[in-house]
Write a protein that binds this ligand. Structure first.
Ligand code: ZN
Ligand code: ZN
Ligand code: FE
Length: 757
């Protein structure tokens, strides 16, 4: 008796376009002897399959279990249909119906199969810098619109040759429907230009000439996946120093690219966590402890115990690193803190004064996407900059939004986020909006993200700070708006990432954020859920002398804190050791003149200055990072902690670090080793924060504490506080894939708006 035929329509959602999903379904269906079709539509992949019931069940199962490496299946729903007697299985064209809400997949590092071809003299793509397949290559950065198909990408300009077209059309081929498929005959080409735009070399000659120039210590601007890098031999002291000078970048660390894992091990202690991060197809920059004998110039990451390392993620990187055989500084192709250059014209304009040569190609980058930065750790990878390889992978909102919305984030480390239903998509890293170019990138990201994900916002969410350009942008859109308090957004971002709705005791420690009382917050204890918060504790506020000048000049905070902890004499000594302008600052402080702040970040800055580590910074957080590095020199488990007090102000807990700061001053004057002082300060802050959080959690009936804010990038503080709370049986939520710094704010804003509107 013949088996009864059944027909079913399967709808697959998630990251299923541009990742080889249709060919995968085609092969599955062929193996199972099913008839029907598979195609993309605006919601994902749609399959109609006809055959024996058992085979259809098997198909549905395998869709989840055997999905291609870059796919992320979120749901498979089945609808029974009457059989049609169809024969054969076919891939059908994308159907562009309705508003797209399909996740565009992330850019992915060159896969092993493609690397093998790249270095195989017998392969037709031998040394071809654009080899890719359905398992790897550019995605988000070349997509102009959806559905994701070649005409909608910057590869539309290239017509496939017969050989490439055959691969593209052959369901058995690794390049079946690989949209960026190309070869030396038909695809993009590299060119090496002098900075006046004249041609230096083309094709493989350009690659070889670039390697030679880098070997000679020249600086080359290299077009990558999401933008330009500035490349220089990482071991060449004078070349790296010259790059710093031309780029006007004083101390901020440069990332280093190494050819392979062994190369990374020459530079850093690479543990299993770091290895996993480095090898992941997302290929982020991973921060890892620097080896004392690391063969890189001292000026690569001055004063820091970690190096940011990454492995090659485009075929061009592989060719350069293979040719050079030593690590390369690969830092963002920009000046100072501007956004990375991603168009060729911009690169020639902006990078010509910095680079000696420019290695570019004719595959356009549609959307700029910086390298992501992660810190691997035993309790999970912490994403510090969520960009290439991560954006625009959607996250899920714990509470779906009833209205499509846009959240515009804060000001520094800017990201924007769109949300529709329970889907929430954060943009790539946009930089600091105080730069005009970053603001342009911000506006472009708002438009592109909305287009690609089909979100036409009916609500725009912004920070309470009236001076942020993001706030002004939001208020000018003519769409209903919602202001969200900065630290509430931090805690909500942490909740959202874990799919939690609250109610938790949130600890939000960061630089500065506008409070709901008009003062600047930054050391906050909030009882919070996604719908609201109550400020139940905070760090003792001090004057922020000179306003935002105090961010660039930690010595100002040292004067403010020394005055609170040790009186005017101590403050005068702290000021005199740092800057001639100290009397005016002391005057502001003693008169309590100007805005006050409860910022934890500024307290760390103050202590760094009191210790003489750094009185002025060239990038945000620098003083605190160096303070942590110093404390890290003291073995864990050795030495004591400075004291603190927990005060009560009408039922609001006040974390008073004056005893702690007083001890710092006394020990410094007694000549105690700065590392020991930094260590005891950290231990004191860990104890104070842990005790305050535990007490407040108990007082307010919270069984969970959420840690957020940029200060928790400090690993000594983060691990210490989390450990202290765990010991007391308290559940702790921490950031992992959403940045704990202001890069996560737009996600938190979206989560709050979804829950409240
Ligand atoms: Zn590949
Ligand atoms: Zn070709
Ligand atoms: Fe913040």
């Amino acid at each position: 008796m013949p088996t009864a035929l059944m027909r079913v329509r399967l709808r697959v959602t998630g990251t299923v376009q541009g990742v080889g999903f249709r060919p995968f379904v085609y092969r599955l269906a062929a193996d199972l002897g099913l008839a029907g079709t598979v195609g993309n539509d605006s919601a994902g992949v749609v399959i109609e399959a006809e055959g024996p019931a058992a085979a259809l069940v098997e198909l549905e199962q395998q869709l989840r279990d055997q999905a291609p490496p870059l796919a992320r299946v979120e749901s498979v729903t089945a609808l029974p249909l009457p059989p049609t007697g169809e024969h054969g299985f076919a891939i059908v064209d994308s159907v562009g119906t309705g508003a797209p809400d399909v996740p565009v997949s992330v850019d992915s590092a060159t896969c092993e199969d493609c690397v093998t071809e790249l270095f195989d003299p017998n392969d037709r793509r031998f040394r071809y810098p654009f080899v890719n397949c359905t398992n790897c290559g550019p995605r988000y950065t070349i997509v102009r619109s959806v559905p994701y198909d070649r005409p909608a990408t910057t590869m539309a300009a290239f017509t496939m040759c017969a050989a490439c077209q055959r691969e593209y059309d052959d369901p058995a081929d690794r390049r079946f429907h690989a949209q960026p498929n190309a070869c030396p005959t038909c695809g993009p080409r590299v060119r090496l230009l002098a900075t006046d735009g004249s041609m230096h070399a083309e094709g493989d000659d350009a690659v070889r000439a670039t390697v030679a120039a880098l070997s000679d210590g020249r600086i080359v601007a290299v077009k990558g996946l999401g933008g330009y890098h500035l490349a220089v031999d990482a071991g060449d002291e004078s070349a790296v120093a010259e790059l710093r000078r031309r780029k006007a970048r004083d101390d901020k660390p440069f990332a280093v690219m190494v050819g392979d894992l062994a190369g990374a091990r020459h530079l850093c202690d690479v543990d299993d966590d770091a290895e996993r991060a480095l090898l992941s197809p997302r290929r982020p920059i991973a921060l890892a402890p620097r080896r004392a004998d690391a063969p890189v110039a001292a000026t690569v990451a001055p004063g820091l115990p970690e190096l940011g390392v990454m492995l090659p993620y485009t075929p061009l990187h592989h060719l350069l690193l293979d040719g050079l055989g030593r690590p390369l500084v690969m830092t963002s192709g920009n000046l100072s803190d501007e956004p990375i250059a991603h168009t060729d014209g911009d690169a020639l304009d902006r990078l010509a004064p910095v680079a000696d040569l420019i290695l570019l190609h004719d595959r356009a980058i549609h959307i700029r996407c910086d390298d992501s930065v992660v810190r691997p750790s035993p309790d999970g990878v912490r994403v510090l900059r969520r960009s290439r390889g991560y954006a625009p992978e959607p996250l899920r909102l714990p509470i779906a939004t009833r209205r499509p919305l846009l959240a515009v984030g804060a000001e520094l480390k800017s990201t924007v986020t769109v949300a529709k239903g329970d889907m929430v998509v954060a943009s790539h890293h946009l930089g600091d909006l105080e730069h005009f170019a970053a603001y342009e990138a911000f506006r472009q990201a708002v438009g592109h993200l909305g287009d690609v994900f089909g979100v036409d916002p009916e609500l725009v969410v912004h920070d309470l700070h009236p001076e942020y350009l993001s706030t002004k942008f939001a208020l000018d859109l003519g769409v209903p708006t919602l202001g969200v308090q900065h630290h509430h957004a931090h805690i909500a971002a942490c909740l959202a990432e874990h799919g939690e709705t609250g109610r938790v005791l949130g600890v939000a420690f960061d630089g500065l954020g506008m409070g709901d009382d008009g003062t600047l917050w930054g050391g906050e204890f909030l009882v919070a859920d996604l719908t609201g918060y109550q400020r139940v504790g905070h760090l003792l506020p001090v004057v922020l002398p000179g306003g935002t000048m105090a961010i660039r000049e930690p010595w100002r905070m040292a004067v403010a804190w020394a005055e609170r902890a040790g009186g005017a004499d101590a403050a005068a000594r702290a000021g005199a050791a740092a800057d001639d302008r100290w009397p005016a600052v002391l005057d502001l402080v003693t008169r309590q003149h100007g805005m006050s702040t409860s910022s934890a970040g500024r307290l760390f800055d103050a202590v760094a200055s009191l210790l003489g580590i750094r009185h002025r910074v060239t990038y945000e957080g620098q003083a605190a990072i160096e303070l942590e590095a110093l404390a890290g020199q003291v073995p864990r488990g050795a030495g004591g902690a400075y004291d603190y007090e927990l005060l009560d102000d009408h039922g609001v807990l006040v974390l008073d670090p004056r005893p702690l700061v007083g001890d710092v001053i006394v020990d410094c004057e007694r000549g105690v080793a700065p590392a020991a002082v930094a260590d005891r300060f950290h231990r004191g802050m860990v104890a104070a924060t842990g005790a305050a959080a535990a007490r407040l959690a108990a007082r307010h009936g919270c069984d969970c504490v959420a840690l957020s804010g940029g200060v928790f990038q400090n690993e000594l503080l983060r691990r210490g506080v989390a450990g202290a709370l765990h010991e007391q049986g308290i559940r702790v939520l921490q950031h992992s894939t959403v940045p704990t710094n202001d890069g996560g704010i737009s996600v938190g804003q979206a989560a709050i708006a979804a829950a409240t509107s």
